[in-house]
Design a protein around this ligand. Structure first.
Ligand code: HEM
Length: 296
């Protein structure tokens, strides 16, 4: 019955509209298809690696990779609204839910493989959950992500109302911060990537704050944000290595000046910020007739 109602409304037949690459009308969306292939690629790659017996410890390999990808996808989710506003491409919103669900699925894979790595030893798992701060933050982040995932559907939006739903989905920010804390506290993790993620998240949070205050992000704002976040990343990196490994902050500063021989996280964050600023300007120049996005 639901299907015939949908058919009458959209003119599409079958279950095409339920496919992740379809629009509501059931038509294929090239954007959604490309993003779907991108989010599936890491899992396919890990499967191929394990098939070829490449990782020495496949379970640990999946825990590490799924954690990394879940974190990267969270940054991507948070980047959608700013990019949509800057480039004035409303269609980008079509892939935000997909990116969020992919981040959640990779987090669940991360959790299940972590349980496997602990031989499903529940007393040990529960002890870790309570006593190890990096695990506690991970669990809370995942609980928030699960809640967001379960309410990312039309029924929840209708029930809560557009404003209520948007207020609730503000929880994506604490979820991202807790995931980052979990990443930073995990001693075996790649500190450089953690610092880059921290710098990018700061950029996205400041962008949002700036837009709230000024109403519109101008090129001058973006040009200030890029070095500001680069410097903040440098400070965070120095603190991270000082407290985590005892490396002197001065050595980190010198390493950052060893550019371009060693491109440190602060440089990557600066480049990303400048790429957004100049990329937006270039895009505007070639697409002057793009309609403005709504404030929604
Ligand atoms: C559900 C609770 C979670 C548990 C029990 C958990 C457990 C772990 C463990 C044991 C590691 C260390 C892996 C290793 O070094 O081999 C790790 C690393 C990591 N986790 Fe989680 N995690 C959880 C949630 C999350 C969430 C929600 C995210 C992000 C959205 C995340 C992102 C990461 C990242 C980025 C790493 C570092 C991977 C690397 O070494 O590069 N984790 N996690």
């Amino acid at each position: 019955m639901l299907e015939s109602a949908h058919k009458a409304r959209t003119g599409s037949s079958g279950l095409a509209h339920l496919m992740p690459w379809s629009e509501r009308s059931g038509r294929l969306s090239a954007l959604k298809l490309i993003v779907f292939l991108i989010v599936c690629a890491p899992a396919l790659y890990w499967t191929a690696q394990i098939w070829a017996d490449i990782p020495a410890h496949p379970v640990n390999y999946i825990v590490k990779e799924s954690g990394d990808w879940s974190m990267r996808l969270m940054v991507a989710v948070l980047a959608i609204s700013p990019l949509r506003r800057l480039l004035r491409i409303n269609r980008l919103i079509l892939v935000r839910r997909m990116l969020g669900l992919a981040a959640l699925i990779y987090s669940l894979i991360h959790l299940v493989f972590y349980f496997v790595s602990q031989d499903w030893d529940w007393p040990l798992i529960i002890d870790g959950m309570i006593t190890a701060l990096y695990l506690t933050t991970g669990y809370v982040a995942l609980a928030l992500m699960l809640f967001l995932g379960l309410t990312s559907n039309d029924v929840s939006i209708r029930t809560l109302g557009s404003n209520g739903w948007r207020r609730l989905h503000w929880l994506v920010y604490p979820a991202a911060i807790l995931s980052l804390v979990h990443f930073l506290l995990e001693v075996r993790a790649d500190g450089d990537e953690a610092a880059i993620i921290a710098g990018l998240l700061l950029y996205l949070f400041l962008f949002r704050g700036l837009r709230r205050v000024t109403g519109e992000a101008r090129l001058s704002h973006l040009l200030i944000l890029a070095p500001l976040c680069g410097i903040a990343t440098l400070v965070l990196e120095a603190a991270y290595y000082k407290w985590g490994t005892g490396v002197h902050a001065e050595s980190i500063l010198w390493a950052n000046l060893d550019f371009p021989h060693d491109i440190r996280p602060s440089w990557w964050v600066l480049f990303a910020g400048l790429a957004i600023a100049f990329g937006t300007k270039a895009y505007e120049r070639f697409n002057p007739t793009q309609p403005r996005v709504s404030r929604k």
